[in-house]
Write a protein that binds this ligand. Sequence first.
Ligand SMILES: C=Cc1ccc(O)cc1
Length: 178
Amino acid sequence: MAKEFKTLDDFLGTHFIYTYDNGWEYEWYAKNDHTVDYRIHGGMVAGRWVTDQEANIVMLVPGIYKIAWTEPTGTDVALDFVPNEGKLNGTIFFPKWVQDHPEITVTYQNEHIDVMEAAREKYDTYPKLVVPEFAKITYMGDAGQNNEDVISEAPYPSLPDDIRAGKYFDENYHRLNK
Ligand SMILES: C=Cc1ccc(O)cc1
């Protein structure tokens, strides 16, 4: 039987993979009550990955969670997870420069914060590209909080399938083949 999410604690430490209705595939981890990690597998900025992004994470009512953050690129994100229904709604607010030069952001951002800050000064912010989409959750894993193995390498094409097939983590949610 699938886990039932009731409290904020049930949500924190959960690792998700989901596909937006526009086809974009994302992997996202609620690392702790103020931090998220993610990897992007499909869509405009596929290949991008980020760890230790500060975020606001709250439970709206039992089993429904809202997460919002602003990034060094100037991109803003608001996610509403309804994990008991296997879905979420996300809105991404991209500055114009990310739409015009997505390749600049396709990297492990943590090692290139200076590049993001320089690009956001150099290029246009407006008009922003707003992408509001529902997504279907294709994987949920109980990774525990502050697990540095969850998002710990660059995305590659078979990674979501490897995770879903149980080939990526051991029984303690540590990365196999590290
Ligand atoms: C831009 C980051 C981002 C991360 C997760 C998600 O679902 C949407 C956007």
